[in-house]
Design a protein around this ligand. Structure first.
Ligand code: UDX
Ligand code: UDX
Length: 440
């Protein structure tokens, strides 16, 4: 029999998790304090740009397993699990995870919990959070047994639904037998299909999330360093990284160089892990280097594009194709363009961006950035075209067709290595920059 679940937070994490848990056969109520968001969901809408999510929401609502609410019921006594998926952003001053929302949600649900309800944290939280919440519970509700658990998510935006339902592994951490039982029941349908459900203690589960994200971020930062080195040595980093990835101990994923990693997780989780390392006197050297390297990578590519344009970018028009931090999402959190475009604007360039999903969000975040409806409009009369985000529609554009619309001495920069090098060279650009390729 399925579990009875309340999922708190209808952001990326909460909404995708809630819908997927319904898909596994559980009865899920999704709650968010944002009444507009809940009204939209109740009306059949979907507030996120996420592959397969609108269909999944509709399917599970029709099946009667999924509903949306803007407040909690008086009692959660008959609820098996409350899943916390509220935001845990980076605190603007301390750099640590900001737990205001998590604590507010916990405070709200505490008086309503039943003896068998397990509070599961899905958001990324500092190591020790499940124990802290259990201690809080023990003070506020001495009648309860401290059923808190950790179940970190490893969802990538754009493929979050598939990542949830077909993961490499599920990680769960429990403090009590009841917590363990609920985690096991929650994922039993996936385990039956061969997914590894790895249960451990709460601190190890919490740490695994930070360590996984930091490692992936470091892998990208390493690839970006190799790309920079290749450029200065006159080598091509692409085949070098490809050869590296063929070693199964290294693996090919997250070795693609680019304008720096962005998004809601890598920048925030690396910062939090570095801060915790500093606090505890155990400096996280690799993570600190990855953070520095990522900032440097953004600075470096901004400079490379400016150099392409000649001694001065003042008065030049730069067309930026792709603004989201990666394709398939409308999310602009920590997108590389947010630090790169302002450098060009400050130097006097006119920067025109386009993006199939994130254009308006980025326009609000980058003062002076112009938005064009399509890539064709963006490159019209431009002196430089920059492929910032490898949306398939942009990767498919023929460099010669772009070149034809641009200014006489136009240059091209492919920051994602998504365009064909020979077509770029043949298109008649005055100068071409392909990230990581020092042979051009
Ligand atoms: C965030 C983090 O970015 C991610 O790293 C972490 O693992 C989980 O939280 P996301 O789901 O994208 O991911 O956060 P956000 O889009 O901010 O959504 C949080 C939702 O929770 C919002 O809709 C907000 O209104 C809601 N919320 C917040 C509540 O329902 N109750 C609260 O008390 C606070
Ligand atoms: C990430 C993690 O992958 C996921 O497990 C975690 O739970 C949340 O954070 P997400 O931020 O959605 O997911 O995107 P991801 O696909 O990991 O990309 C993050 C950033 O790294 C993007 O800016 C992307 O362009 C960049 N990236 C990724 C590279 O520059 N090179 C790569 O090889 C891979």
């Amino acid at each position: 029999m399925g579990l009875h679940i309340w999922a708190i937070g209808a952001g990326y994490v909460g909404l995708v998790s809630g819908a997927c848990m319904a898909r596994l056969g559980h009865r899920v109520h999704v709650m968010d304090v944002n009444v507009d968001r809940i009204a939209m969901l109740q009306a059949g809408g979907c507030p996120l740009h996420e592959e397969g999510l609108p269909e999944l929401l509709a399917e599970q609502r029709a099946a009667g397993r999924l509903s949306f609410h803007d407040h909690l019921p008086d009692s959660l006594a008959d609820v098996d699990a409350v899943v916390l998926g509220v935001g845990t952003p980076q605190h603007p001053i301390t750099g640590r995870a900001d737990l205001t929302y998590l604590d507010a949600a916990f405070r709200d649900l505490l008086p309503r919990l039943g003896p068998d309800t397990v509070v599961i944290t899905k958001s990324t939280v500092p190591v020790g959070t499940a124990e802290r919440l259990a201690a809080w519970m023990a003070r506020a509700r001495p009648d309860l047994e401290g059923h808190t658990a950790s179940n970190p998510e490893f969802l990538r935006e754009g493929t979050a639904v598939a990542d949830f339902l077909r993961p490499d592994r599920v990680v769960g951490g429990a403090r009590t037998a009841r917590g363990r039982e609920v985690l096991q029941t929650l994922y039993a349908p996936m385990e039956a299909q061969g997914v590894r459900v790895f249960l451990t203690d709460t601190k190890a589960a919490e740490l695994s999330k930070y360590a996984s994200n930091a490692f992936l971020a470091a892998k990208i930062a390493f690839a970006n360093d190799v790309a920079a080195l290749a450029e200065s040595l006159g080598a091509d980093a692409g085949p070098a990284l490809e050869a590296m990835g063929m070693d199964s101990r290294i693996g090919p994923q997250f070795l693609r160089p680019g304008p720096g990693y962005g998004g809601s997780c890598f920048p925030k989780d690396t910062a939090a892990m570095a801060a915790v390392g500093q606090d505890s006197g155990t400096v996280q050297y690799i993570v600190e280097a990855a953070i520095r390297g990522n900032h440097k990578a953004q600075e470096r590519v901004a400079g490379r594009v400016a150099d392409l344009l000649g001694p001065d970018v003042k008065g030049k028009k730069i067309a930026v194709l792709g603004l989201a931090f990666k394709p398939g999402t409308d999310d602009a959190r920590d997108a590389p363009v947010l630090t790169i475009a302002p450098r060009w604007i400050a130097a006097g360039a006119t920067v025109v961006g386009c993006d199939p999903a994130a254009a308006q969000t980025v326009a609000h975040l980058v003062p002076g950035l112009h938005i064009a409806p399509t890539a064709w409009d963006a490159v019209e009369g431009a002196d430089a075209v920059v492929l910032m985000t490898e949306w398939p529609d942009y990767a498919r554009l023929a460099p010669s067709a772009l070149r034809a619309r641009m200014a006489p001495h136009a240059v091209a920069a492919d920051l994602r290595r998504a365009w064909d090098k020979n077509s770029l060279l043949a298109a008649g650009f005055d100068r071409v920059y392909r990230l990581g390729d020092g042979t051009i």
